[in-house]
Design a protein around this ligand. Structure first.
Ligand SMILES: Cc1cc2nc3c(=O)[nH]c(=O)nc-3n(C[C@H](O)[C@H](O)[C@H](O)COP(=O)(O)OP(=O)(O)OC[C@H]3O[C@@H](n4cnc5c(N)ncnc54)[C@H](O)[C@@H]3O)c2cc1C
Length: 469
């Protein structure tokens, strides 16, 4: 998404000497890799689209992953940027030397470039939990982002570890196909009820005929989600109260068995963890062949999962819906900035960046969806578009000859990070739960202010925060 976006916008701005390095053999990133049953976006598709490339043909309010994948491939083709992508080319190292970046790829190529945009993704490196015995399982075992489509599911006993958005989507998609579905739950999730209606042929025809309808759908959904962001960053806001009420009512009214209801009741506030949206998770998990297992996992054995109460849950297929290593960003690529400064060392404690885009000591290096940006239930496309606009304003300083090297000052970065982590402590993400939003100190790794403030910051770089050479 962010690489294709960069290519389109660079071309529009008149840059024609650039390369998009892609280690895989086709575009799509997240949507190429995550192909589990039930995958869909959880931001409405008319918002989860490039602002400049609305799509009249989304089949549902929350489109399935395969449509999103086709959308990204289609946009890349339509905007003529596919030829700029070098597939099968993994950048393993970038070194800033003599005022330029020397890039090395795994297949032995060396290129020299003036600037680097790191559009390497955030939910990209699967997180495999340290459960004893994973290698001893005799059935099929894989992470949700590495789905093995050769494995038969129908009529089999399937276990899912994890209860985030991915697991919830999978439960709904699989329960009617499998003989038994065991959901291994460490933490219960609040479920925001969210219908996912299909668009009718006539609705889609109207979107095709009248582009202004698409533009207003994008704008209206944007306004809705930005208001939602205001709620998230103020744990006591009326928006938060409304979200909590909707989630609680969903649980109370839709889970009949009081024992199961208590198992599914989280002990923290709604939206503290990434809010899970689903039209039908509670209906699915109450089917007779489904079970929520709350007993902790002792180990995995050849025949299934042994929980701490000694029970063996026999399984044919075990899926790890255990998320991603969200502190990696551009890594494992080795990034070496000015005077041999190693990004891995700079980020040894935790990753940070000035406004999530630039890092002191790493000139002409721009991250999209980098550390501490807005990640909670927004369209990351919108986020990347704004960040890219900001990065391109800095690139323009290089192109115009105003400077040859640009990087943020250490002082501006430290001040930003101090203000950010202070504000982050007041958000809903810091209200008392364990989640992937939290860093090693328990501080949310996210943009802690409103989306409007983010947009305002992104509208133009404040040059006093940068060192220009
Ligand atoms: C299951 C799932 C559901 C999601 N749902 C939503 C949603 O509803 N709404 C939302 O806003 N976001 C959602 N996201 C987040 C999603 O990741 C982003 O929306 C978006 O797709 C990220 O795009 P990206 O280009 O930044 O990164 P990615 O899609 O991760 O793409 C990064 C690309 O860079 C390549 N790459 C990485 N490192 C290198 C290297 N060193 N050399 C060469 N190539 C490299 C990768 O192969 C990949 O193709 C979801 C994520 C997941 C996993």
């Amino acid at each position: 998404m962010a690489g294709i976006l960069s290519a389109i916008k660079l071309r529009e701005a008149g840059f024609d000497d650039f390369t998009v390095y892609e280690k895989a053999d086709r575009p799509g990133g997240t949507w190429r890799e995550n192909r589990y049953p039930g995958i869909a976006c959880d931001v409405p598709s008319h918002l989860y689209s490039y602002s400049f490339a609305p799509n009249p043909d989304w089949s549902h309010r929350f489109a399935p992953g395969s449509e999103i994948q086709a959308y990204f491939e289609g946009v890349a083709q339509r905007y003529g940027v596919t030829p700029f992508i070098r597939f099968g080319s993994e950048v393993s190292r970038g070194t800033f030397r003599g005022g330029r970046w020397q890039l090395e790829t795994k297949d032995g190529r060396r290129d020299e470039v003036d600037a680097v945009i790191a559009a390497t993704g955030v939910l990209h490196h699967p997180n495999v939990p340290p459960i004893e015995g994973l290698d001893r399982f005799a059935g099929a075992l894989f992470h949700s982002a590495r789905w093995d489509h050769a494995v038969r599911l129908d009529g089999r006993r399937v276990g899912i570890v994890g209860t985030g958005s991915t697991a919830v989507q999978m439960v709904s998609a699989l329960v009617d196909r499998v003989a038994r579905l065991s959901l291994f739950q460490r933490t219960a999730q609040w479920i925001m009820p969210q219908e996912n209606p299909a668009y009718s042929d006539s609705e889609r025809a109207a979107f095709r005929r009248r582009p202004e309808l698409l533009r207003s759908a994008y704008a209206d959904l944007g306004t809705l989600f930005h208001a939602f962001s205001t709620g998230l960053v103020d744990a006591d806001s009326p928006q938060m109260k409304a979200i909590e009420h909707a989630c609680r009512t969903n649980l109370e009214e839709n889970v009949r068995d009081p024992v199961l209801r208590e198992k599914l009741r989280p002990s923290y506030r709604a939206a503290c963890k990434r809010l899970v949206m689903s039209p039908d998770f509670y209906q699915a998990i109450q089917k007779p062949n489904a079970e929520v297992v709350t007993e902790g996992i002792e180990r995995v054995e050849a025949r299934g999962v042994r929980t701490r109460d000694g029970r063996l849950h026999e399984l044919d297929v075990l899926v790890l819906a255990t998320g991603f290593r969200v502190d990696r960003f551009v890594r494992p690529m080795q990034v070496v900035g000015r005077d041999g400064l190693d990004l891995d060392a700079v980020w040894a404690q935790r990753p940070s960046a000035y406004l999530s885009i630039t890092v002191p000591g790493f000139p002409n290096f721009f991250l999209l969806n980098g550390p501490n940006g807005p990640v909670g239930n927004f369209s990351l496309i919108e986020v990347a578009e704004l960040q890219l606009g900001y990065a391109m304003a800095l690139l323009e300083l290089l192109r115009s000859g105003r400077c040859r090297e640009i990087s943020p000052s250490a002082e501006a970065t430290a001040r930003f990070e101090a203000e950010r982590s202070e504000a982050a402590r007041r958000t809903i993400w810091a209200s008392g739960c364990r989640s992937w939003y939290l860093d090693d100190r328990g501080v949310p790794m996210s943009w802690p202010w409103t989306f409007d403030r983010f947009r305002e910051e992104m509208s133009a770089p404040r040059l006093e925060a940068f060192e220009l050479r």
